[in-house]
Design a protein. Structure first.
Length: 392
């Protein structure tokens, strides 16, 4: 691959482009051979369906099952998706060899156009390649599972959500960045997290905080400096880059990972996205999920106590900060207990959700933090880690 602008692009990106372009070419070459030989072209792709998503208890992650689908060009029910898959692959391949950095939004616009054709009766017809971005996003996922590449491997960019700060140095592109010297700011985790080189890490654990505001409080309070932690936030539901960054810290440096979210079904689900992966993107779990991630809090037993465990909030504080659970919250909690074996087979998680259903109350992280950032950063978190008051 060559081009007049190639000398401006760092070597890591260039090598990633070459690898991805080679894989795409090799995977789709049989389709071209079938067409040239007069055979009906088809694609055999793993099914990305709920029914074909299974929990692997040995690895502790969600994975795609073994069911496959055949997408044939001459099958009227599959021809549109067949066309979309080849169109998207062609756009991505062209972007790779031309040293472009498309976003998923760019790919939507590059492929969106109207096809004019004649039906069997000779009537003029029009059809869009795709109508909405969610349709083209799903096609990108098809390309991922068919090629075995992730969109990050193909230099497809997305909005950065995650942030990290701590005593570590990384190389991004041609620059070395010290994540301990960013002032009150933090490093925004880039989309292509696997192209980041970890130069050195001086930490004892990773603390993942659901909310950006709480992340900032802990950062300003100097939590990560005192306890030698790598502090991370996914700013709510984490993106793929944040999950990959956390997984790499765990794998490459054997760092325990602790997660703090709100004490409600949606906060718990965020934790499980870090831990086992997501149902919609189960084909990514092998690389993105961290099965040994530990749920530090906020736990329902932190609020109401359990057995000999004393609550962190007094009666007056609890009445002040708890929020009444909605019918939707209750329904979601019951779904967690009924549908997800990695939850209902864990007695500690069963306890937490049963407390929630009994009390019909939830608590946000800020309720604990409202006792004071010093209490939250220098008592609540370290005490729970030291005593092993977490759930895995």
């Amino acid at each position: 691959m060559s081009g007049e602008h190639e000398h401006f692009i760092d070597k890591v990106d260039l090598e990633a482009r070459r690898r991805a372009a080679k894989v795409i070419y090799e995977k789709f070459a049989p389709v071209i051979k079938d067409v040239l030989a007069g055979r009906p072209p088809k694609l055999v792709i793993p099914k990305r369906t709920l029914a074909n998503t299974v929990f692997d208890p040995e690895r502790g992650i969600l994975v795609l099952g073994e069911e496959m689908l055949e997408r044939e060009f001459l099958d009227l029910g599959e021809s549109r998706r067949f066309m979309q898959t080849l169109l998207m692959a062609a756009i991505i391949y062209q972007s790779l060899i031309e040293n472009e950095y498309p976003t998923i939004r760019d790919l939507y616009y590059k492929g969106k156009h109207t096809i004019v054709y004649r039906d069997l009766r000779g009537r003029r017809q029009e059809e869009n390649t795709w109508d909405e971005q969610k349709e083209s996003d799903a096609v990108i996922q098809d390309v991922e599972v068919f090629t075995g590449l992730f969109r990050e491997d193909m230099l497809i960019l997305s909005k950065e959500k995650g942030k990290v700060v701590g005593n570590m140095r990384i190389r991004s592109g041609n620059d070395v960045i010290d994540l301990s010297k960013l002032g009150h700011g933090a490093y925004a985790i880039e989309s292509t997290a696997d192209l980041i080189e970890f130069i050195d890490v001086d930490a004892e654990f990773v603390l993942v905080v659901e909310k950006d505001a709480v992340f900032q409080q802990l950062h300003r309070a100097g939590f990560w400096r005192k306890y030698r932690a790598i502090l991370v936030t996914g700013s709510g539901q984490p993106d793929r880059a944040t999950r990959r960054f956390v997984r790499r810290l765990h794998d490459e440096y054997n760092l325990p990972v602790y997660v703090i979210t709100d004490s409600d079904p949606y906060g718990w689900y965020i934790y499980f996205v870090y831990k086992v992966g997501s149902i919609n993107l189960s084909y990514e779990s092998e690389r993105l999920a961290t099965p040994k991630a530990r749920f530090l809090g906020v736990q329902m037993s932190d609020v109401f106590g359990y057995g000999s465990k004393k609550p962190y909030l007094s009666d007056s504080e609890r009445k002040k900060f708890i929020i009444k659970a909605t019918d939707r919250d209750v329904k979601r909690a019951k779904e967690l207990l009924k549908n997800y074996p990695w939850i209902y087979k864990n007695p500690l998680w069963k306890r937490e959700i049963e407390i929630f259903l009994k009390k019909k109350a939830k608590l946000e992280i800020e309720a604990i933090a409202s006792k004071g950032i010093k209490f939250f950063a220098f008592k609540y978190i370290p005490e729970k880690i030291e005593t092993g008051d977490w759930i895995q």
